[in-house]
Design a protein around this ligand. Sequence first.
Ligand code: WT7
Length: 658
Amino acid sequence: MSQPDGQNNTLDNLLSENRTFPPSPEFAAQANATAEWYEQAAADREAFWSEQAARLHWDTKWSQVLDWSDAPFAKWFVGGKLNVAYNCVDRHVESGAGDRVAIYWEGEPGDSRAITYAELQREVSKTANALAELGVGSGDRVAIYLPMLPEAVFSMLACARLGALHSVVFGGFSSEALRSRINDAEAKVVITCDGQYRRGKPMPLKANVDEAVTATPSVQHVLVVQRTGEDVAWNSGLDAWWHDVVDRQSTRHTPEAFDSEHPLYILYTSGTTGKPKGILHTSGGYLTQAAYTHSAVFDLKPESDVYWCTADIGWVTGHTYIVYGPLANGASQVIYEGTPNTPDEGRHWDIVQKYGVSLYYTAPTTIRTFMKWGADIPAQYDLSSLRVLGSVGEPINPEAWMWYREHIGGGTAPIVDTWWQTETGAIMISPLPGVTEAKPGSAQTPLPGISVAVVDENGDEVGAGGGGLLVLDKPWPAMLRGIWGDDERFRETYWSKFADKGFYFAGDGAKYDEDGDLWLLGRVDDVMNVSGHRISTTEVESALVSHDTVAEAAVVGASDATTGQGIVAFVILRGGTDDAASGDTAIAALREHVAREIGPIAKPRQIMVVGELPKTRSGKIMRRLLRDVAENREIGDVSTLADSSVMDQISAGLKTGS
Ligand code: WT7
């Protein structure tokens, strides 16, 4: 099988881990989930999912749980009708929870706003009325390019209310990345803001939209939230202020029920080619799994818990575990605008203390950053309200897991290591707090109702103790329904590798330990994971070769103690390595160029100028060897190289400092 290169050390560390942490009897006694759920779901999967769907309000009940006859295009809760926004907002108001705070919004400069469910209903209704006035209707696409402001949530729910699809584009993406996403989805409206606060300073955002919309024929309006009050350029043909258009709208809007399979959103994610994939999610199945997993995995008690997911709304974690899951469950949650070290490195713990956060969900890279900052920082705050800690985005190393448990969780809070993907829409593999005996570093068990397998290259199960490729062997309610506008790519990317078996290929390596617990081992394809964000090597390579000075580029993800992987690029310059362009300023210019093309998150950590790249006889770049160089390891087997001396030249070149 194709082992994720360079993961072997991690693998050894992980598999020598044998500490276990059984749930406390007190926690188990009050837990939402029970061990019986596994048996019930195994006995009758569809009946189990039916019960989960009953968490929602359906205007029309479904007549069939799953229609898989047109696989790999699934239909869940066939014939059912619901309004997703009604489920996330109005029904809580109608059932008497209107005064419950839905969102404790905390601005980076220290301003804050508590929004009750009743207020959320008014804000979402106004936003829906405004979008309707701008011509948005069922099936239309709206691009949302906003930082962590309440208006981002209002906008997403307003789209859902109207049956329009949102396409949220992470605020850290460049104007070029925004433009290609707007054009691929043919968005009618773009919602953005003047600027955002980052590390205490206002940073412009609308300028990126101005640049993007010079070549987006589908865009008819740009709706602009005022956040920083900084000057912005104004395009009177397109632009409208949020406060001019939304504020004057009626606070009432009647939601319409849409088909269970009505599209809800598109979210772009990196694949193995340069072009991001528009992952398509629909309504009933997605919301069912979002609500179920959020309740079971975080043990949410909506009346008493305060939940906080630190992800950005621009990623799927923000979609499912800030907007849809928590709000469908009537949770009270914190949304924080800024960075964890503004004004100082205690900001997250200050927020936990201020709001009494009880459920906290973050990424391993953030935990490792906190570790670097030191345990004395969280020690200065009262974190006793925390009762469940979550992790997502990459494998969590046992050291970080133990630190998280000790220094944040007071040595008692269960940790849930949740494995899932943009494509899966919701959590698939995770311990259940109060049920699972936890193991540091292992995501452990597919959730009740979810089925996975670890297989070899032929699709045969490897069994206990074996390693291989992670596949999802049965459809699940929140699964992607396709890639926007590209059915062929959908089949090819996820379903062609094990076509005869009908497995979904996740792109991750995984291993079972002797107890049958799952350990995720990272990507087996050319996708990097930097701070829990997916970036494709080809995307960064295309950005590099689009620069005048670059003839050829190869990019690898090298292990990084904080970010999981760091981007390391090898470039051949047009003038050759002796060219003055290989100097530090030229390299700095290339890093900036990548940030401009894709976004700052894609900036290579390191760029090495080389004379040749290692290629097989068929011309495929052998990234494995470059990763050896990037990670300062002895170089592996070079026998399949077209020219086996290339690696010597690269190593020699690096030693001379070029
Ligand atoms: C990839 C999906 C799911 C939301 C955040 C990322 C990796 C994710 C874990 C975990 C090991 C994980 C996988 C996966 N991943 N969670 N708990 N343990 N790996 O979503 O950008 O779609 O990336 O993230 O490699 O395939 P995404």
